[in-house]
Design a protein around this ligand. Structure first.
Ligand code: COA
Length: 178
C-alpha cells in the first residue's frame, strides 16, 4: 500500500481525496506564514487550483499516514526542477511537534535519492520559520546562501528572506547506512 514506510509513517500518493485536509491546512495562519502568502481561496477555487497543479506532472506528491492510527497527518511534494528540486512539506496543524515532519522528510529524501537521478534536493525556508529550520539542520541540510531570495512579508509588509538549504545524494545515502 505504501510507496515507502518506516516504523512510524508510510507515504501514499496524494489524491483529490486529500484536498479537504489540505484546504484546512492552508487556512491555518502558521501554514500561510510558512509559505509567506495569505490564503483566501474558497474550497471550490482550491479544488480547481489543485486540478491545475496535478496537470503539472509532479513525480513525487505524497500524503503522510501514521501507521498506528491510519490518520493522514500531512503532505510532501517535490518541485519540478530537473537538477535540484525543492521538497515542500505541510504537516496538518493538529499533528505538529510530534516528530512527523522530521521522520517523513527523512523518509522522502531516502526514497527520492534511491529512485530518481537528482544529485541534490533543496528546501526553501523563511528566516523566521524556526521549526522548519530545526528540522532541516537536524536532517543534515546545509545553508546555501546563493539561493537566498528577498521578499515582502505578506503579513507585516517588511522584507523577509527565504533561505535556501540543500542536501546531496551522497550525504543522505551515507546517513542512511550509519
Ligand atoms: C515546519 C513543519 C513541517 C515541522 O513539522 P513538525 O512535524 O511539526 O516538526 P517536528 O515535530 O519533526 O519538529 C521539528 C523540530 O521543531 C520543534 N518544534 C516543532 N513544533 C514546535 C512547537 N510548536 N514548539 C516548540 N518546538 C517545536 C521540534 O521540537 C523539533 O526540534 P528538535 O529536533 O530540536 O526537537 C510544520 O510545523 C509545518 O507544517 N508548518 C507549516 C508549513 C511550513 O512551514 N512548512 C515548511 C515550509 S519550509
Amino acid at each position: 500500500m505504501f510507496i515507502v514506510e518506516n516504523d512510524l509513517v508510510g507515504l501514499i500518493r496524494y489524491t483529490h481525496y486529500d484536498d479537504v485536509d489540505m484546504y484546512r491546512c492552508w487556512q491555518d495562519i502558521e501554514t500561510q506564514k510558512g509559505y509567506n502568502g495569505k490564503f483566501t481561496q474558497t474550497f471550490e477555487e482550491f479544488k480547481i487550483f489543485q486540478v491545475k497543479q496535478f496537470k503539472q506532472g509532479f513525480k513525487f506528491w505524497v500524503t503522510i499516514v501514521d501507521k498506528r492510527s491510519s490518520q493522514r497527518v500531512g503532505v510532501l511534494r517535490l518541485g519540478l526542477d530537473e537538477i535540484c528540486p525543492d521538497l515542500a512539506i505541510w504537516i496538518y496543524p493538529r499533528y505538529r511537534n510530534k516528530g512527523y515532519g522530521t521522520t517523513s522528510f527523512s523518509l522522502a529524501l531516502k526514497y527520492i535519492f534511491e529512485n530518481y537521478h537528482y544529485p541534490e534536493i533543496s528546501a526553501g525556508v523563511y528566516e523566521n520559520n524556526v521549526y522548519s529550520l530545526k528540522m532541516l539542520r537536524k536532517l543534515g541540510f546545509d545553508y546555501y546562501p546563493d539561493g537566498d531570495v528577498l521578499e515582502k512579508n505578506a503579513f507585516t509588509g517588511n522584507s523577509i528572506k527565504q533561505l535556501e538549504y540543500r542536501i546531496t545524494r551522497t550525504r543522505v545515502i551515507n546517513l542512511c547506512s550509519l
